[in-house]
Design a protein around this ligand. Structure first.
Ligand code: SIN
Ligand code: CO
Length: 381
């Protein structure tokens, strides 16, 4: 899927993280990448995160998947919507929807959520903490957007859904297949299906909170600390007032506390590794039989193709003598051919296994054996 009519630089300058934008069909040729039945099928699978919202009058009921297969045939007349998270992990055509958004770095991308709604269905007026592109896949949806909200914005009393108590629209549009609405973090929005068979694809981003950064980075730092690494004052002089905590003592304590936090290189390595960890830690994508360097070497030259696992997260840091590749929470130092290959695999979803990659075979083998890359069996035949 490619854009034919979308000015990326203008978008970044005037809208990204700033204000909502309606983009009428910017695609070369829009094709809905997933059938409603396939979405329902995913919602019945163990390990796939899904939700069902059924609205009866003013009552919004939320159920979590996996759902029994007959659940969607028994829904009655009340408007409902099914939402499935990270569909890009399971459906390559949905993963391909991310390609045109690669002008935003990999580490900011979260997943593609897909929703299916019956006439009148939606999740109600709310705001999210993240940027989102809402792409209309099939059918029509009326989207209204409102002002920017925050923690003080009043919510309706509801145990699980964070619905806004008041919603005043500043924009109101009906989206048709291929149309796209960008909503920055915090902006109120409400999408209601107009007619049956309404499918919406949410390209969702992520932005770490300061709270999580500090908690998670310090969690890592304290792992290596020992009990005998303590405050010491062999230079102590007689106290001026026994009650005073002297400025020099505070300086020393403060330094002890922040010194390691200020190690920018250690932070960069931790962040890359931590932020490339898979979205679902329990998913195991490793091959049944581990491959060896010799197995891979034997495939080179035959036009064999390696595919990036759409559920995998890839990013890198440039270093003085190459780069540090992060894939699914592991770090791989790369130089020369391997570094060039690492850059390529971070930017594209496949790699042709040609003989020029022979120096990178150990790295490729490791990536295959941890489930981040896979040999394209179709190409091999
Ligand atoms: C939807 O697809 O119905 C909901 C997406 C959203 O508002 O975040
Ligand atoms: Co939303």
């Amino acid at each position: 899927m490619q854009f034919s009519d979308f000015d990326i630089d203008l978008f970044l300058r005037d809208y990204w993280q700033k204000k909502p934008l309606l983009i009428r069909n910017p695609w070369k040729a829009w094709e809905n990448p997933l059938e409603p039945d396939e979405l329902a099928g995913l919602a019945c699978e163990e390990g796939v995160e899904s939700r069902l919202v059924v609205q009866t009058g003013e009552n919004w009921a939320l159920e979590h998947g996996p759902f029994p297969e007959d659940r969607f045939g028994n829904l009655g007349a009340a408007p409902w919507t099914l939402l499935v998270q990270a569909v890009d992990h399971y459906a390559p055509d949905v993963a391909a929807l991310l390609d045109p958004f690669r002008f935003i770095p990999n580490w900011r991308i979260d997943d593609v959520m897909v929703s299916y709604a019956s006439d009148g269905g939606g999740v109600g007026p709310h705001f999210d903490q993240y940027d989102v592109f809402l792409i209309q896949g099939l059918g029509k949806r009326r989207w209204r957007v409102g002002p920017r909200c925050d923690d003080a914005t009043p919510l309706r009393p509801h145990a699980d859904l964070r619905l806004l108590a008041d919603f005043e629209a500043t924009g109101d549009w009906v989206l048709e297949p291929g149309d796209m609405l960008y909503v920055p973090p915090g902006f109120a929005h409400d999408g209601v299906a107009v007619g049956e068979d309404c499918m919406t694809y949410s390209i969702g981003f992520r932005a770490p909170s300061r709270h999580d950064l500090i908690v998670e980075w310090t969690e890592q730092l304290v792992e290596d600390m020992t009990d005998d690494d303590r405050y010491a004052d062999p230079d102590l002089t007689s106290a001026v007032h026994p009650g005073e905590i002297a400025p020099a003592a505070i300086d020393r304590l403060h330094t002890m506390t922040i010194e390691k936090l200020l190690d920018r290189d250690a932070f960069a390595r931790w962040f890359g590794q931590h932020h490339s960890a898979p979205k679902y830690a329990e998913a195991d994508w490793r091959p049944e039989e581990p491959v060896t360097v010799a197995d891979l070497q034997a495939l080179t030259g035959d036009g064999a193709v390696l595919l990036r696992n759409p559920a995998s997260r890839f990013a890198f840091l440039r270093e003085a003598d190459g780069l540090l590749l992060f894939a699914d929470g592991n770090a791989f130092p790369c130089a020369g051919v391997a570094a060039a290959m690492a850059e390529r695999i971070c930017a594209q979803d496949h790699l042709i296994l040609d003989p020029s990659l022979s120096e990178a075979m150990a790295l490729l083998t490791a990536l295959i054996n941890q489930g981040s890359l896979m040999v394209d069996e179709e190409e091999e035949d």
